[in-house]
Design a protein around this ligand. Structure first.
Ligand code: ZN
Length: 311
């Protein structure tokens, strides 16, 4: 779909210890490590990507793990929750699984007519497992312990908290083609009809709350999905026309990106479907080898000696 935002592409967050992060996302949550690379702006740090089998846009959660980083603080000017879609009837399984793995969670609750379970990852990053009222036909990555009956499908929504939501809402509606679907207390649910899944952004208005601090256990940025580079540049013009500052096109090896800070204070990215995660690894082998962008290949030995081994 040309000139359309296709929901969420990926969400990137900050973690502490890389091994802990790897264990939690692959073993406890049962996601697939689909790419093991480095932070292109800090190549002595991993950039770990988790998603479905192929790393489909709308399923990809990525981390920069910095061992010993100070904990962030949730607040305004932040993406404060990541919502994953799970099948109907799976919340009891997840509650039991979180319990057994000593994960901090709340008993299931309901909003917008959907049941959800809130939990924190080992660094305090906040999640919701939501049973979507809309159909979610995505094929999940499955493990021995987490079958298709329970497995995470990919993103359901992301929540952004600001003192005043109007300017963020304007980016979503006027630039990105989202519409306000529902409101409950101080939460406004925006949705795009361009895609069936990973289509929701919730904006929470918290007028008195202080700004959060982005560090360990916080979302670093939220990336929205476009089909190709031509569409990417179409949106660049739109954001510039709104008077916002946006980067030039950046090659991230697996997608092309633009970054801008939305008026509510959250770093937004727009990212393309092309070329995708199989550009340097077969789908069957995704995440098994350390992949470096061309500019760091000559420093591979040094980088490998610094990065902690994951097992
Ligand atoms: Zn990104």
């Amino acid at each position: 779909m040309k000139n359309t935002i296709l929901g969420l592409h990926h969400i990137t967050a900050i973690a502490g210890n890389a091994q802990k992060n790897f264990d939690f996302y692959t073993r406890v949550l049962g996601l697939r490590l689909i790419k093991k690379t480095v932070n292109f702006d800090d190549p002595k740090t991993y950039h770990l990507y988790y998603g479905d089998e192929a790393g489909s846009p709308g399923t990809i959660l990525t981390f920069f793990p910095w061992d010993g980083i100070t904990a962030g603080r949730r607040g305004t000017r932040q993406a404060t929750e990541i919502g994953y879609s799970v099948p109907a009837g799976s919340l009891a399984f997840w509650q039991d699984r979180l319990d057994k793995n000593n994960v901090i969670y709340n008993k299931p609750a309901k909003k917008f007519g959907e049941e959800y379970l809130t939990f924190l990852d080992p660094d305090g990053l906040k999640f919701e497992l939501t049973v979507s009222k809309d159909k979610d036909d995505r094929q999940p990555w499955v493990t021995e312990e987490i079958t298709a009956e329970h497995a995470i499908r990919g993103f359901h929504h992301v929540t952004i908290t600001t003192n005043k939501i109007d300017k963020t809402a304007e980016v979503l509606t006027a630039a990105f083609g989202y519409r306000l679907e529902e409101q409950e207390v101080n939460r406004s649910r925006f949705i795009t009809d361009a895609v069936d899944v990973a289509a929701i952004v919730d904006l929470v208005e918290a007028p008195g709350e202080t700004a959060g601090h982005v560090a360990g256990g916080s979302v670093h940025h939220v990336a929205f999905r476009v089909q190709d580079e031509e569409t990417l540049m179409y949106f660049r013009d739109k954001i510039v026309a709104m008077g916002l500052t946006i980067t030039e096109k950046i090659d991230r090896n697996y997608f092309y990106s633009l970054y801008f800070r939305e008026p509510g204070g959250v770093l937004f990215e727009i990212a393309t479907d092309n070329p995708g995660f199989s550009v340097d690894e077969k789908v069957a082998e995704l995440g098994t080898a350390l992949k470096l962008p061309a500019q760091y290949e000559s420093s591979r030995a040094e980088i490998e000696s610094i990065l902690p081994k994951l097992n």
